[in-house]
Design a binder for this molecule. Sequence first.
Ligand code: G1P
Length: 276
Amino acid sequence: MIRKCLFPAAGYGTRFLPATKAMPKEILPILNKPLIQYGVEEALEANLNHIAIITGRGKRALEDHFDISYELEHQISGTSKEVHLSDIRQIIDQCTFSYTRQIEMKGLGHAILVGETLIGNEPFSVILADDLCVGEGTGVMSQMLKIYEKYRCSILAIQEVDESEVHKYGVIAGHQLDDGIYMVSDMVEKPDPADAPSNLAIIGRYVLTPDIFDILRRTTPGKNGELQITDALKTQAQEGMVLAYKFNGKRFDCGSVDGFVSATNYFYELSKNNSD
Ligand code: G1P
């Protein structure tokens, strides 16, 4: 059974400067909830309550967010404002949080390898909080874990994107095994459209088997001189089996201002409809 979910959260968030100069990008709110809390709620919905976060310099607010604030709670206890803390309080009660720091920014593959100390030798999942996903029916991570139970191999989430967008993503080649499930044969990190093997782009949700750590250790830096999880998964696919899953639901690229605004509008409409 998978219990742990890793959140790489050490990045600088340069696309959101100056907002992210003194504040982690994962704390930027969509309405009144920080981006990373949406990810942790998705993990929890999938029964993953060991939350492992890769942090870096200037990211202390992440730890404080998932901790009790005695002073604040004392101030608002017994008032009508107490209700605003009930969701985060429930998350804190239900999850165990562990943290480790990525000292140097050497890519997503490197961040995941840094997480080995928190994960150990067991399968685990990864959520990139920038990719805010809203599953249809169940959450996207829940959907992926169902597939893991059947196939017991690494699984990555994919979505069809426009050809002009493939250069922003890891892109897979594969053949369809089942409805929405592809057996991966090749993967390229952020290809030029002319070199892209398909328009099936990797979205920030992974289920990984622990042999990925050894593969990462023998993977050399790839695109932009960084250790890429895409390259390690390509090796894993070619030596064994990796599946890609076209999930049911929506995804907002909250690492970009456009995606962030779309997510804000979407959740605003949702909250208005819920309160009507
Ligand atoms: C990372 C991965 C990429 C994936 C993307 C999804 O890139 O390297 O393969 O498609 O996340 O958001 P990043 O957006 O961190 O540059």
